[in-house]
Ligand binder design. Structure first.
Ligand SMILES: [Zn+2]
Length: 364
């Protein structure tokens, strides 16, 4: 039997919690991680109606995109829908897990689903995040170089885009002198020893650093391993906001709007007109006005997102078409992606898509 922790650990390999924005509140919000999972219900929003659906369908884990507890809870007396949802979940032993901006910020997450529905090719992250990478430098005796290099690669270091096992190394001399308590791999106590060593450099994602260090220390023969961890400011192209890609064929404005309506199953699009054809398309599920500048800079002809305000539409300046398709509409297919990902890994419990329409907005 699988425990809730097995599922949440797996989801965090797809979208590490460290990738969420600092205002966010992802992770296990309600429930005990050691509980065995009966069935999983996937939803965009966890509302009271969704908890009712979970009770009806025998699900004891709700995986939601939006965190029901967002700005913190100071009281729990049922005065608003957030408190009532949480109380109902606790009373019925239902756990709630949120996978929100961490799932927006990975290459195969919320925006992938939009890009897939629009059949975009050559997709890449629109605004890659900085500050998530380290350079690891380690000095290894030549006899153990391959062993240490392999261990570091297997632990997940040395990945750049479509390339793995990326490293740089060069030979040099290392010196050391152990004291009476030392237990050196080579050389005598209290005598300086010189050893031919390799200086090995690899990139390590911040989220993999501990795993890589553990593997490196295990594979390394020295009692005291000399290594440097250097934070670097290069952007991590696999992590960040929005996606940009190209349509299979150029479309004019009307063609594109109709295509967008069909692909995203939405009846209303608020947009800024554009003279010219559309080929390059940027997307960002949910509130995406913060990425408009990056979409323009990347040469997008259209930017598909949601939650644009009146004055923000002016900023299109005829450089691209802003297409606001609605927050719910832009993200609802995320639940299919989440279900597919969980089913790829686990087969011992059912994963159900919520049938509750949680969109608080109606169109007339
Ligand atoms: Zn959202």
């Amino acid at each position: 039997m699988q425990k809730i922790k097995d599922i949440t650990d797996y989801l965090e390999t797809l979208a590490p919690l460290a990738y969420q924005e600092n205002y966010d509140n992802c992770g296990l919000l309600v429930g005990d991680a050691s509980t065995e999972v009966s069935k999983v219900l996937i939803t965009l929003d966890c509302t009271e109606a969704v908890v009712d659906e979970a009770i009806r369908k025998g699900c004891n884990l709700i995986v939601a995109h939006h965190p029901i507890i967002f700005g913190g809870l100071k009281k729990l007396n049922g005065k608003n829908y957030v408190e009532r949802t949480v109380i109902k979940a606790i009373k019925n032993n239902i756990a709630i897990y949120a996978i929100h901006t961490n799932y927006d910020n990975v290459l195969h997450g919320v925006n992938t689903k939009i890009a897939e529905r629009l059949n975009l090719k050559e997709t890449k992250i629109l605004s890659p995040k900085k500050g998530l990478l380290n350079k690891l430098v380690v000095f290894v005796p030549i006899s153990h170089f391959e062993q240490v290099q392999t261990a570091i690669f297997q632990a997940g270091a040395g990945k750049i885009g479509n390339y793995s096992e990326c490293s740089f190394y060069g030979e040099g001399k290392g010196t050391f002198k152990g004291n009476d308590n030392s237990n050196a791999f080579v050389g005598d106590k209290n005598i300086q020893h010189t050893e031919s060593e390799m200086r090995l450099e690899v990139l390590v994602e911040e989220v993999k650093l501990n795993t890589v260090l553990t593997a490196m220390l295990l594979a390394h023969p020295y009692e005291e391993v000399a290594y440097d961890i250097v934070p670097i400011v290069n952007a991590n192209k696999a992590v960040g906001s929005g996606l940009i890609g190209e349509l299979a064929e150029s479309m004019d404005e009307k063609q594109f709007l109709q295509f967008l309506k069909d692909a995203m199953q939405t009846s209303v699009i608020r947009y800024t007109p554009l003279v010219g054809s559309i080929k390059k398309v940027a997307v960002c599920g949910g509130s995406g006005s913060f990425l408009l500048k990056q979409a323009i800079a990347a040469g997008a002809d259209a930017y598909v997102t949601a939650d644009f305000k009146y004055h923000e539409f002016f900023d299109a300046e005829n450089k691209l078409m802003i297409a606001d398709i609605g927050h719910y509409e832009s993200e609802i297919f995320t639940i299919n992606l989440l279900a597919d990902e969980i089913l790829k890994k686990f087969h011992t419990f059912a994963v159900i898509l919520s049938e509750t329409n949680t969109n608080p907005i109606k169109y007339y």
